[in-house]
Design a protein around this ligand. Structure first.
Ligand code: NIG
Ligand code: FE
Length: 397
C-alpha cells in the first residue's frame, strides 16, 4: 500500500536512533510533498514527490495532510472500575490529593470499586477508554495494575490488561504496580512483603514492575526491596517525585529502570543521577494540570543533555484523560518545549520509555506503520498551538 500526496512526512529517524537526548530532542526528519510505502503492516520506504514513481498500487490519498508516527503513551492506569467523580467535588472544594487519599478516597476507593466489579465488566469499561485513546492517535500504550492491592485483585487486573493486549491493534505493555498503595487490611510491612511474594506470578503476565515511591506511599527502602526481588524478572518503571523529592529517581537508576515518571518535584541531584544512564525521565503534564502541581522542569533536563518523554498518566484520580495531543500541547504551553521537542517526547522517547522504540515512535523503514494521517494544512506547531481543533483524518494501525 502507498500513502500518496503527503504534505508533510514528519518524524523520520534512522534505525539506529532509539531515543533523542539534549539538542537532538529539538530536531526530527521532515520531508515535504512525500509518499510512503507500507508492506505487511510495516513502513518499507518513503520518498519525495506526491506519488511513488512507477507505482500503480492500492493507495491512500493523504490530500496534502501531515503523516506522523502515532502517539506512544508510556504511562497509564487505564484499567480501572467506575469513576472517582465524587472526589472531583472534594478537589474543587480545595482538598489535596493526599487529603482525599487520607479520607479513604483516592486509590483505595478505586480498589474497593474494582473488587465489586467483575473481570468482564472491568475489561469492557477499560476497552471503552482504550478505544477512545486509539481514536485520538495512540498506537502504543503501557497499562499498570495497582487498583487490586491484594493478590487476587492484582492478578485480575493483569489478566484484563493481557486480554486488552490480545484484542487491539495497538501495542500494549503491562506493568505490575502492586505497590501503588497499601491494600486494606494489611500493615505497611505486611503489604510490602505481599507485593514481593506476588512478583513471580505477576511476571507471567507483566513486562515491567512499578512502585509509587513517594511521601505517604512507599519509601526508598520499600522500593529497593521490591526491585531487588523483581531483578531478572521485571524491568522497573518508577513513580517518583510527584508529591515530594522522594529519592525515587536514584533508586530507579540504581536498578536500571527503563523510566522514572512524574518528576514534578526535582532538583539538580535527580538530573545528575540520570546522566549517562538508560533511564528515560518521563513527565506527566496531565496530572500537573489536574492536581495543580508544578510542571516538570523538562527544559532543564534537555539542557543537561538528557531526553524527556511525556505520557498521559490516564487514571481516575490525577489525570482522567488519555489525550496525547493535549499532553504534547501542555509540553509546549506549560513546559516551554518546542513543538519538535514535545513531538519527540510523545513519540520516540515515550516509545523508548515503554520498550517499543525498535518498532514504534518514528518514520523508519522496518518499523510498524502505526501512523496518524492529518487533515490538510497541519504541522507540528499548529498541532500544539491550536490544541483543541480536531486534526485527525485517519489513524493507521
Ligand atoms: O500516577 N501517583 C500515583 N498514581 C497515579 C494516581 C492514581 C490514582 O489516584 O488513582 C498517578 O498519578
Ligand atoms: Fe501514574
Amino acid at each position: 500500500m502507498i500513502i500518496k500526496n503527503i504534505g508533510l512526512l514528519v518524524g523520520i529517524q534512522p534505525e539506529s536512533v532509539l531515543r533523542v537526548e539534549g539538542a537532538a530532542q529539538g530536531s526530527t526528519g521532515i520531508l515535504e510533498n512525500a509518499w510512503l510505502k507500507i508492506e505487511d503492516g510495516r513502513i518499507v520506504d518513503f520518498g519525495s514527490g506526491s506519488v511513488m514513481p512507477g507505482s500503480d498500487r492500492e493507495s491512500i490519498d493523504a490530500h496534502g495532510g501531515m503523516v506522523m508516527p502515532g502517539f506512544c503513551d508510556s504511562h497509564t492506569h487505564v484499567v480501572y472500575a467506575g469513576s472517582r467523580d465524587g472526589e472531583f467535588l472534594d478537589k474543587i472544594n480545595g482538598l489535596s490529593y493526599e487529603e482525599i487519599a487520607a479520607r479513604g478516597g483516592g486509590i483505595l476507593n478505586s480498589a474497593d470499586l474494582l473488587h465489586r466489579t467483575s473481570e468482564q465488566d472491568l475489561y469492557e469499561q477499560s476497552m471503552v477508554r482504550v478505544q477512545e485513546m486509539m481514536a485520538k492517535g495512540t498506537v502504543a500504550l503501557e497499562i499498570k495494575s495497582g487498583y487490586g492491592l491484594c493478590p487476587e485483585g492484582e492478578m485480575k487486573m493483569l489478566r484484563v490488561i493481557d486480554r486488552i493486549k490480545k484484542s487491539i491493534p495497538a501495542a500494549v505493555k503491562s506493568t505490575f504496580l502492586g505497590a501503588h498503595a497499601v491494600g486494606r487490611g494489611y500493615t505497611h510491612e505486611e503489604y510490602v512483603q505481599t507485593v514481593i511474594d506476588m512478583i513471580p506470578e505477576a511476571a507471567e503476565y507483566a513486562d515491567f514492575v512499578d512502585v509509587f515511591c513517594d511521601e505517604g506511599f512507599f519509601t526508598v527502602e520499600d522500593t529497593d526491596r521490591i526491585l531487588t526481588a523483581a531483578e531478572h524478572l521485571l524491568t522497573p518503571k518508577i513513580h517518583a517525585n510527584e508529591l515530594a523529592v522522594s529519592g525515587g529517581v536514584q533508586v530507579g537508576v540504581k536498578h536500571q529502570a527503563l523510566s522514572v515518571d512524574h518528576l514534578e518535584r526535582t532538583t539538580d541531584a535527580e538530573i545528575s543521577a540520570l546522566k549517562g544512564t538508560w533511564t528515560m525521565p518521563t513527565m506527566l503534564p496531565g496530572s500537573s494540570f489536574f492536581l495543580g502541581l508544578p510542571y516538570g522542569q523538562a527544559k532543564d533536563y534537555i539542557k543537561a543533555g538528557l531526553g524527556v518523554a511525556l505520557a498521559s498518566d490516564y487514571n481516575p484520580g490525577s489525570s482522567p484523560s488519555g489525550d496525547m495531543r493535549f499532553v504534547m500541547a501542555q509540553g509546549c504551553i506549560k513546559m516551554r518545549l518546542t513543538p519538535i521537542e514535545a513531538f519527540n517526547a510523545v513519540t520516540l522517547n515515550s516509545a523508548y520509555a515503554m520498550g517499543v522504540s525498535t518498532e514504534y515512535g518514528s518514520i523508519t523503514p522496518g518499523k510498524k506503520a502505526a501512523l496518524i494521517l492529518t487533515q490538510p494544512g497541519w504541522d507540528l506547531t499548529k498541532l500544539a498551538y491550536q490544541y483543541q481543533t480536531p486534526f485527525i483524518r485517519q489513524v493507521i494501525l
